[in-house]
Design a protein around this ligand. Sequence first.
Ligand SMILES: Cc1cc2nc3c(=O)[nH]c(=O)nc-3n(C[C@H](O)[C@H](O)[C@H](O)COP(=O)(O)O)c2cc1C
Length: 208
Amino acid sequence: MPTVLHVDSSPPLAKPPSPAISPANSPSNGRPPTHGNIITRDLTTTTISSVSAAWIAAVHTPADALTPAQKDLLSLSDTLIAKLFTADEFVFGVPMHNFGVPSVLKLWIDQIARANKTFSYATGSPVGLLTGKKATLLIATGGNYDAGTAKASYNFVEPYLRTVLGFVGVTDVTAIVAGGTAALNYGADRPTFLKPHVEAVRATFQAG
Ligand SMILES: Cc1cc2nc3c(=O)[nH]c(=O)nc-3n(C[C@H](O)[C@H](O)[C@H](O)COP(=O)(O)O)c2cc1C
């Protein structure tokens, strides 16, 4: 049974627009219980500091020269990276925020993209070290950014996540996008709107 790491970045709302899409909001649809051993990292309840000068210095200090304070500074990053290596698969629940990923997800990315931990330039070109793993992106956007439409280039969520994941070695990435969730705020029937997305999520996990 695979170990699946869920990284959730959707703030829990009283009436979330896309409960069936983000596994944080609807485990039964996003992750069938038989799918694997689930580890959850809820970024809306994880405190992650932004990258500081001291953190950068610690990252560039050889492991055997780290001070206790520097080890402390890197401990969350070390923990988050260890979880990535433990998992066989990743599931990211990602709402679009201002055309990109939520800031908490960016903070998480800054902690897990680390030289000689998740990528290496040892050969001169970048090599991702998280190999043999796959990721599913469950993306929800208020508007529509379908390929070929005028607003497609506004979408920095899926292209960015594919780039970052590929950089650290995860190239087997499936994206399931629930576009146009704003319609739910303007009277669209919820079950009807969500049905194709819920089915796409189910089909992906059953196929996997
Ligand atoms: C702070 C914030 C910024 C948002 N920015 C955008 C945006 O730039 N484009 C868009 O289409 N939707 C935007 N939305 C709408 C969300 O992407 C949409 O409601 C989505 O369904 C949220 O997913 P969730 O239900 O999984 O949290 C924004 C929502 C919030 C709360």
